[in-house]
Design a protein. Sequence first.
Length: 439
Amino acid sequence: MTPMRRSLIPLATALAVLAATPVAAQISGATVAEAVAAITPKVVDWRRDLHRHPELGFAETRTAAVVAAHLRGLGLEVREGVAKTGVIGVLRGTRPGRVVALRADMDALPVLEATGLPFASTATGTYMGQTVPVAHACGHDAHVAMLMGAAEVLAGMRDQISGTIVFVFQPAEEGAPPGEPLGGAALMLAEGALDDPAPEAIFGLHVVPGRPGTIFYRPQGFMAASDRVDIRLTGRQTHGAWPWKGVDVIAAAAAVVQTINTLTARTIDPTTTPTVFTIATLDAGVRYNIIPAEATLSGTLRTFDTAQRDALVARAETAIDHVAHAHGAGAEFSVRQNAALVFNDPALSAWLAPVLGEAAGAENVNPATPPTTVAEDFSYFQQRTPGVFYHLGASADGVDPATSPPNHSPEFDVNEAVLPLGVRAHVLTALRYLEQPRS
């Protein structure tokens, strides 16, 4: 009996300690909504300030400074200069627990804004050696403002939180600028952004055309993998009146475009996986009556299946080489991935639906929307950590989303009425995730 009694003493002590340890009560949705409503004017002001001062990828110095100062003011641990201009904020609750990450992207685009907003951008930046207009034509200003708001709400609840929240403010989501080997998400990971503390799950959102107040996503493949394709054709320059005395790269380029269109339409089963292969630029020649010696083409490939993507790339390279050869020209073909497939973890996707329903109303959440061929480098975070990425409808009131200016359009704008919903979604996602018992 004595050995058994000794073995029970530590167990009894442990149970007593556990019983005496206070358990954080669930923070109600009403409490969250009240806190979000209180800071919404600040979120709107942040969004407008950031919209007025957009910055291109890896040049988000002002944006990063605004974010870092805000997080420090909330008492968070802050790391700056992650992936050049990225910012990491860490909020530790008063009790140990899970670790969850929330992410927003910060960069703008080389676009001349045409929204007519009183806080429209007049900023310029440098892109490919040229001075260009810069605008938040994709909504990243709203993303930053909403995550700043979520950080403030959650910091105010620190004493009720068990676990840790990592706030990821990412540069260069729109892709690596020319000359840079990695885009923002990939470079942040390479520099250890999610290593300490390492989140068990990561969540992010994106404003898009859609009925304001709606949230939509899907499990597994949600947003396409994106590859940049570059083709260089070389021929022999000649007078436009004597094409037979040269090698016509213009004719070869036209044939290459048609070949790519045919490959996509005639070698991919459209019922199995969406695929888009677009040639978007063609640069050749300087004068109307001279057939040039060189033509360069570039485009984008969007896919949802890695094996199918690899097979299509191989077929395209072979076909383009044959087409160029048939015209007497040479061809160089290269592919570079800008973003991997956004793959929403199935279990997390199912768990998230009622949480987003709590934020937006269940009738406003669609967890099984069709896939979309636009891309997001949030996908690289998902390769490291299970995660879910979802869309927030942000069209103007009374405007059909089908006719709403799309992301990357000079007229793209965000309905500011959805900003508090984005903050609520971030806050409730973090809270409800941390409230789960650790496995």
